[in-house]
Design a protein around this ligand. Structure first.
Ligand SMILES: Nc1nc2c(ncn2[C@@H]2O[C@@H]3COP(=O)(O)O[C@H]4[C@@H](O)[C@H](n5cnc6c(=O)[nH]c(N)nc65)O[C@@H]4COP(=O)(O)O[C@H]3[C@H]2O)c(=O)[nH]1
Length: 950
């Protein structure tokens, strides 16, 4: 449906274009209607139908008056006669043009290539003539009578007349036509076929009154003499044919206009006078021809397609011709345009008029179309504007924005519906400038008043965000925009603008602000806001004599609680901690959460005296520690926790936020190292230590690259004193620092993550050693225990790494024992079990190192694919003196037995320690009693030789 209009438009545009095209084409055609021009006269032959007489007057006139010559033709007129039919002459090509009857049509219908050019006789002159005294006046009178008739078209016309009259054509007696009028005069025949233009006159001239039966009386109306030619002539000489026809017709017009002149001319033709023709007889013939040729009524030579068709149908009906009449092929059409000047002017005139008419029509159509289109466009525009206005109203309502106008100089105020709505005023509320200003709270009102004044005085536009109290006393935030409007003289005539309710936006902004600057869990300021405040405080301190402090607070063992009791409890603890810390501070102090269990406090406006400020900071710190003394309560659960606090002071000395935070952080680490639940102030010595730690980390990294590490081996023996194997212990000899103990660099490697690369190095070194030992009988059965740190084991590809080391070195997995610490059992125990099981399946053994000091859950212990428990040396050390340690050692041995695990004691220094443990069934020992850890060569040389072997 939507395409209906354009379709219509397209069709009409097409019509117009088509009309214009044809109109132009017509004009061009008419204009091109020009006469042919021949360089030299073209010779043609014209065969007449009969002897020379007025019947062919037009042709003689055309020749005598030079019409043929004017048309570039040299025409040879050939006389016709019996046995000399023009049709045959044209068809065999001996002549180009001929005169004949409707037998040309018959020839055409029989497939002969003939073309009728002009029917000179509009009605056939054929008649049946008899003597008046024979009493033959109608066809019926001919029944049984003799009629002299040729078996040609005359017979056809006669048959047609008879049939039309309801008579049988064969009921008359036909006699061969002799052409002798005397046969009729002498009553040899009763009647004869004749020409109305000829025989009646001749009969009368002989004193015999004729009786005439005419075809017209029986409604048989054939054309008479017809100028025709061959199709070949038309195709090969179209211009000649045109020219010949035009000149001939001109000749005919001349002949009828000047019959005496032409009659005299005919008399001069050979054989005419001899035939007895006179001027009088010729003029009589001319006269009798007029009603048949009708030169005054129709165009000379006129042919009617319908009439030819009618004659053709009659011929078919009479079975004289096949049903194959093709008017277009039979009837001649001009190949070129008439060449008279008049015709050309008329043509031009007609064309120009046509063109003008078409242009007027076109202009009219175009105008109508334009008017229609513009009207439609106007309607569409109105609809669009109405729609836009409606949408604007909807969007204004949705966006809660409206317009206002303050007209000057009366200062009358107009509010749109939306503005009234924003102010929650009833529709009848009529605002004035004063009543509008009253919506703004007093402390904000001056801003809008000032904005209006500046707009009035200087023409400044304004854009303000202000709160209002609506008619219903609701607090809203609005954005008000205003700008001056001037008249032609540059005077401000009004201020107009918009008001939008931006309350929702303000809430969102403050929410974003909160999210950006506050910790979502505790609602405390976050690191960013804390830094911002610290910067302000530093600037303030630099200006005044006041100092300040930053406290770094870290919860002790928070990670363990979070991991074991779950994050929900961890979160609850952090929220309660936040409240307790905040409870120890002044309003003006800041407590922030930096993430995890890291809380940071900013104390400002402390004393300008350093010591006093330190005391103030210590007091607050202690208050915080004391607040932690009470257990934290969660639903049905109590939790004790303590904190480590690092403090740093700052005063007017220039320093940076980063520096202060770093110092507080260092102090906090120091307090943690000091045993937790303590307060430590930052001091420069500690900073040096930390700096050294950073440096050592770098040395450690380089140490790996520079091959500064090596392994020492400490023997492990069974209760019979036989050498079972050794524990591989890592050593680091740094060219600058000398030998560094593992207790120093292993924690550093753990913290920095370097322990993974270090551990990998150890694993390769230990396995290579196993391979070497495997090659010697004394050492081939020894096992090697290797320490594995928690970070190593947590590597996703830990198992693959070990397998790769074993594959690369070729070490026997059964000789390798991995020592894991108890802390590994706390987290993700399923993963640990899976990895251990995988390695266990290929023969690798496992021992729990330092057993007894951790948090091993006995239920998990059962699940681990362990081989050995290793009693921590701290219990072994005092096993003889501290009954608690003795009990623990005995318990571990008993536990091992019940779980079917081997138990080894480390740190055995004395025989009595060994004997004690032996008494309780300890399976193996390691300690200085047997040997300190020694390098491989020393181990092989001294240790291996000393012990008995399995
Ligand atoms: N007082 C005393 N000490 C004895 C006695 N017998 C052995 N020790 C010492 O006790 C530590 C035993 O190693 P650990 O418990 O695995 O404790 C090791 C282990 O936790 C770690 N460590 C050493 N090498 C490696 C390693 O390759 N990888 C990992 N992850 N940690 C290692 O460093 C810790 C310290 O190693 P070391 O300094 O070699 O100290 C060794 C050893 O020298 C004794 O009778 N009396």
């Amino acid at each position: 449906m939507g395409f209906a209009a354009p379709m219509k438009f397209r069709t009409s545009a097409l019509d117009i274009t088509t009309r214009l095209f044809w109109c132009t084409k017509l004009v061009v055609l008419i204009c091109l209607f020009t006469p042919p021009a021949f360089a030299e006269a073209s010779k043609v032959n014209l065969q007449l139908k009969w002897h020379h007489q007025f019947q062919f007057a037009g042709y003689y006139a055309a020749q005598a008056k030079g019409f043929y010559k004017d048309a570039g033709l040299d025409v040879n007129i050939i006389e016709g006669g019996p046995g000399k039919p023009a049709l045959d002459a044209v068809l065999n090509g001996s002549v180009q043009y001929g005169i004949s009857d409707a037998d040309v049509l018959m020839a055409h219908m029989h497939g002969k290539p003939v073309v009728a050019m002009a029917a000179i006789f509009q009605h056939s002159p054929f008649i049946i003539i008899s003597r008046e005294d024979s009493n033959i006046h109608r066809l019926a009178d001919l029944m049984g009578k003799s009629v002299m008739m040729k078996h040609d078209l005359s017979a056809v016309q006669f048959d047609a007349m008879m049939l039309k009259a309801g008579l049988d054509p064969t009921s008359v007696r036909f006699v061969t036509h002799t052409g002798q009028l005397d046969d009729l005069i002498n009553r040899k025949v009763d009647a004869m076929a004749a020409y109305a233009t000829n025989e009646p006159y001749r009969l009368r001239a002989r004193g015999v009154e004729p009786a005439i039966i005419s075809t017209i009386d029986y409604d048989v109306d054939f054309y008479g003499d017809t100028l025709f030619t061959s199709r070949r002539e038309i195709e090969t000489h179209p211009e000649r044919a045109d020219a010949f026809l035009k000149a001939t017709l001109r000749g005919w017009r001349y002949a009828f206009d000047n019959p005496e002149e032409i009659a005299n001319l005919i008399l001069q033709l050979p054989g005419v006078k001899q035939s007895g023709a006179t001027q009088e007889s010729l003029l009589a013939e001319a006269k009798s021809m007029r009603p048949l040729v009708m030169p005054d009524i129709v165009d000379m030579g006129h042919m009617n397609t319908e009439r030819w068709s009618h004659i053709a149908q009659l011929l078919v009906r009479l079975k004289l011709a096949p049903d194959s009449y093709e008017p277009r092929k039979f009837i001649y059409h001009y190949a070129t345009t008439p060449n008279t000047l008049n015709t050309r002017w008329i043509a031009f005139g007609v064309a120009a008029t046509l063109l003008c008419v078409m242009l007027v029509i076109l202009w009219n159509v175009q105008m109508r179309r334009q008017v229609r289109m513009r009207t439609e466009a106007l309607h569409a525009e109105i609809a669009r504007r109405e729609q836009t206005e409606a949408y604007l109203k909807i969007s204004s309502r949705m966006a809660r924005v409206g317009s206002w106008v303050l007209s000057l100089p009366e200062k009358t105020l107009y509010w749109s519906e939306e503005v009234l709505d924003i102010h929650e005023c009833p529709p009848e509320f009529a605002p004035t400038l004063d009543s509008a200003l009253a919506f703004y709270p007093e402390e904000w009102r001056s801003r809008i008043v000032q904005a209006l004044e500046e707009c009035l005085q200087k023409g400044d536009s304004f854009d303000e965000e202000l709160p209002i109290l609506t008619c219903k006393d609701k607090l809203l935030w609005i954005r008000i925009i205003g700008q001056a409007v001037y008249d032609l003289h540059g005077n401000i005539t009004r201020i107009e603008g918009a008001i939008q309710d931006i309350s929702a936006q303000k809430v969102a902004e403050s929410r974003i602000q909160h999210l950006a600057f506050y910790d979502s869990l505790t609602s405390l300021p976050n690191r960013q806001l804390f830094i911002d405040r610290l910067e302000h405080t530093l600037a303030y301190s630099a200006r005044t004599s006041k100092s300040g402090a930053v406290l770094f607070i870290d919860l002790d063992n928070f990670k363990t609680l979070n991991d074991t009791m779950g994050h929900d409890l961890g979160d609850m603890l952090l929220q309660q901690v936040a409240m307790r810390i905040a409870g120890c501070l002044r309003e003006s102090d800041t407590v922030a959460r930096f993430g995890g269990d890291e809380f940071v406090v900013l104390l400002h406006e402390l004393s300008g005296n350093h010591q006093e400020a330190a005391a103030q900071a210590r007091l607050v710190s202690e208050k915080i520690l004391i607040s932690f003394a009470h257990p934290f309560q969660f639903s049905g659960y109590e939790h004790h926790t303590s904190a480590s606090i690092g403090v740093t002071l700052f005063d007017q000395q220039p320093t940076t936020v980063d520096e202060i935070l770093k110092r507080a952080d260092l102090a906090m680490y120091q307090s943690k190292a000091a045993g937790r639940n303590v307060i430590r102030f930052f001091d420069p010595e500690m900073q040096a230590l930390i700096a050294d730690r950073v440096e050592m980390e770098e040395d450690l990294r380089n140490g790996l690259r520079n091959d500064e590490f090596f392994l020492c081996y400490q023997p492990q023996v069974d209760n019979q004193g036989r050498l079972l194997g050794a524990e591989a212990l890592l050593r680091w000899r740094n060219p600058k620092r000398g030998m560094i103990p593992p207790s120093t660099f292993i924690p550093l490697a753990e913290d920095s993550g370097l322990i993974v690369s270090v551990g990998n190095w150890v694993m390769y070194a230990a396995c290579k050693q196993l391979v070497l030992w495997a090659q010697q009988p004394l050492t081939s059965s020894l096992t090697l225990a290797v320490n594995v740190s928690a970070k190593q084991l947590r590597q996703m590809d830990f198992v693959d790494q070990i397998v790769e080391v074993l594959n690369v070195t070729g070490a026997n997995p059964k000789r390798l024992k991995l020592e894991l610490t108890e802390s590994l059992m706390v987290n993700n125990i399923e993963d640990v079990i899976a990895k251990m099981t995988e390695l266990k399946n290929i023969g690798v053994g496992f021992s729990i190192d330092d057993f007894g000091i951790g948090y091993s859950s006995l239920s998990y212990l059962k699940l681990l694919p362990l081989d050995q428990l290793k009693i921590d040396q701290s219990f072994v050390r005092d096993v003889l003196t501290d009954p608690n340690d003795a009990v623990i050692a005995r318990t571990i041995i008993a536990l091992g037995k019940s779980l079917n695990l081997q138990v080894i004691a480390e740190g055995v220094e004395t025989l009595s320690q060994r004997e004690f443990l032996d008494n309780y069934g300890c399976d193996a020992y390691q300690g200085y009693l047997f040997s300190k850890p020694v390098p491989a060569d020393e181990f092989e040389r001294d240790v291996v030789q000393t012990f008995e072997h399995f």
